[in-house]
Design a protein around this ligand. Structure first.
Ligand code: SF4
Length: 321
């Protein structure tokens, strides 16, 4: 069955929902066959290039929302240091250092349901500065926005807007009660309408079933997004999910490979929780279909060592784009 699915995808066809569902039932060694199929599909459509991005947490904590995995909600005491919007010059400093480290794109991320007009002005100033002083592709993740705000960001030099769906629609109410899955979808559509590319994925391991992970992959496919961040739960003390175990490494690889088969044309970007979820199997993630990665620190947690990351990419024969 897997061979048939792979051939169909390589010929330009798509996997069906039921076929993808059947892949969630693979166990043990069969998962490694699935990983190989993910690798062949990724190499066919994406070659050996690797998209490398990095982020800055430009405004920390104080968010009104109650996303159960997030350390930045004011409702949880996760020990995160709050600070207001970072000055454009500081953002530039961080962007230059990550460009030197090897990142090709850089995202300005702010905590919160959305972004105020005042902070939007500051992000716009930062984008104009980064456009002038770096060669980075510019990305932003500012919560729920409408088309007008998306257009202003595009005019300032933004290439891509990031807004995760986070979790499938059928599980989203267990992840967040203060906004809806539809509001997230509407933001993706608003950014696309403004002519921005979109980066939208989710977090694996919040309590959703394997079948619901397939639902998420197909929801992303329906939206036609360009880049798909795949995060794995990194349970943070003080959040409602602090005691939930991250998904097992083989389950992470299985999910990555299924995402690659469902979304053969998109960048599948390995992001937060890669160390906690994949553990010693992390190199295999790039052989399961991932062709993008986030380097450096995450929003509230430390990232991987940069030297070790770039050694890994070189050892795997991946060429940063
Ligand atoms: S994920 Fe975003 S919207 Fe949700 S609590 Fe964290 S900062 Fe707020």
């Amino acid at each position: 069955m897997l061979n048939k699915i792979e051939k169909k995808i390589l010929a330009g066809g798509g996997i069906t929902f039921d076929e993808a569902l059947a892949l969630t039932r693979f166990k043990g060694e069969d998962i490694l066959d699935l990983v190989s199929a993910g690798n062949r599909v990724a190499r066919h459509f994406k070659g050996n290039s690797l998209e490398i991005c990095s982020i800055i947490n430009a405004r920390s904590h104080g968010c009104s929302e109650d996303c159960s995995f997030c350390a930045q909600s004011y409702r949880y005491n996760a020990g995160v240091r709050p600070y207001p919007m970072t000055a454009p010059e500081k953002i530039l400093e961080q962007a230059i250092s990550m460009e030197k480290a090897g990142a090709g794109s850089f995202s300005i991320v702010t905590s919160g349901r959305g972004i105020s007009e005042g902070d939007l002005d500051k992000v716009i100033s930062a984008l104009i500065l980064l456009k002038k002083e770096t060669g980075l592709k510019l990305c932003a993740s500012l919560g729920i926005i409408d088309e007008r705000k998306a257009l202003l960001l595009k005019e300032a030099g933004l290439s891509m807007y990031h807004h995760n769906l986070e979790s499938p629609s059928t599980f989203f109410p267990w992840v967040c009660t203060t906004h809806t899955f539809e509001e997230r979808v509407n933001t993706v559509k608003a950014a696309q309408k403004a002519g921005l590319r979109v980066c939208s994925g989710g977090i694996v391991g919040l309590g959703e079933t394997p079948a619901q992970r397939v639902e998420l992959a197909f929801a992303i496919l329906d939206l036609g997004v360009d880049s798909v961040p795949v995060n794995f739960l990194h349970p943070i003390a003080g959040t409602p999910l602090e005691h939930r175990e991250p998904p097992l490494p083989l389950a992470c690889l299985q999910t990555l490979a299924i995402f690659r088969l469902v979304l053969p044309q998109s960048v599948i970007r390995l992001c937060g929780g890669r160390k906690e979820g994949l553990r010693s199997l992390q190199p295999l993630a790039f052989m399961a279909g991932a062709n993008g990665v986030m380097i450096g620190d995450y929003l509230t947690t430390k990232g991987e060592d940069l030297k070790r990351d770039f050694q890994l990419f070189a050892d795997l024969g991946l060429v940063p784009r």
